[in-house]
Design a protein around this ligand. Structure first.
Ligand code: CIZ
Ligand code: SF4
Length: 303
């Protein structure tokens, strides 16, 4: 089967199954191009909740498909490769979270969306990188706040708010491969370029950037900016979308190692198989789902 036949096969199966294909901003270019919508995890889950489609093929990693399943009860949520996990989400188990909560009784728990549904269920409120500062700011100053699992995003939030948070040691291995030296080198080579980076990067990288934001934030920043050249410090799948939306501008990826191996597990062939076999369904146990949905809903209410 050549590429054209593959895409045609996906399109006809999508209709037959009454399915919608959602792709995260970090997916391979060819997946972004065949999807009904490309976005960040929350934008995609919200879109999933609004659709009439019965089947959602979520091209992303497991926690994202879980979030879609939480927000879309009654729909079948499929992930094309069940091995696509998130290294950061795997860095915090519910047992570890419970131990941390026991050490800080009374603290409010904020969990980054990059966490399992079970961790979300054991947290008070969820956040994304787009609204983390807003979510924490909504918590009364006299309460302690535990922020999990990303230490870098938590550190960014505490510096933005001038407020100490109790942090966990989780991190994104992909964003940690975006290093200061590579940004500085690009800035030297392209003195007119402005640098936009993701808050999962380390503090020295954030301090060297002109803008810090989520993938949706970086897209908006570049779109609204009058600059013609950008240095981009996030997972490299973003460059595809940025170039596609602004073909007349230059985007320079920081370093050559910032690809997320889990995001790249999804291929067009696997999307076809997913639609063909209605695999691999992602579900969340009802008791966990109810509690996790409450955390996500609290985030939606404050942001
Ligand atoms: O929430 C998302 O989609 C993630 C993990 C990244 C981002 O900044 O959009
Ligand atoms: Fe997880 Fe990092 Fe991959 Fe995002 S880029 S899915 S945080 S490992």
């Amino acid at each position: 089967m050549n590429q054209t036949e593959l895409i045609q096969g996906i399109q006809s199966l999508r209709q037959k199954r009454n399915a919608i294909i959602l792709a995260h901003n970090y997916q391979r270019g060819e997946i972004q191009d065949l999807a009904d919508m490309v976005g960040d995890s929350l934008e995609l889950s919200r879109r999933a909740a609004q659709t009439d489609a019965e089947v959602i093929v979520f091209c992303g990693v497991h926690f994202m498909a879980e979030t879609a399943a939480l927000l879309c009860p009654g729909k079948k949520v499929l992930i094309p490769d069940p091995q696509a996990g998130c290294a950061m989400a795997a860095m915090l188990t519910v047992r570890q979270l419970r131990r941390l909560k026991a050490e800080h009784a009374g603290a409010v728990v904020v969990c980054y969306v990059n966490s399992t549904a079970a961790v979300k269920a054991d947290s008070d409120v969820c956040c994304t990188s787009a609204n983390a500062v807003k979510v924490v700011a909504s918590i009364s100053e006299d309460r302690d706040v535990i922020f999990v699992p990303d230490r870098c995003l938590g550190d960014y939030v505490q510096r933005q708010l001038g407020r100490d948070l109790i942090l966990w040691e989780g991190y994104c291995p992909t964003h940690h491969r975006i290093v200061l030296d590579d940004i500085l080198k690009l800035k030297e080579e392209h003195p007119q370029a402005v640098a936009a980076v993701h808050p999962e990067c380390t503090r020295d990288v954030l301090d060297a950037a002109d803008f810090v934001g989520s993938t949706s934030g970086i897209l908006k920043f570049c779109h609204d900016s009058s600059a013609g050249e950008f240095i981009i410090g996030t997972e490299m799948g973003m460059i595809h979308r940025l170039k596609k939306e602004s073909p007349d501008r230059q985007f320079y990826q920081v370093g050559r190692f910032s690809d997320c191996p889990d995001m790249k597990l999804v291929t067009p062939e696997k999307v076809l198989w997913s639609l063909e076999n209605l695999e691999f369904e992602v579900t969340v146990a009802p008791d966990v789902a109810d509690a996790a949905r409450r955390s996500v809903q609290r985030m939606v209410d404050v942001s």
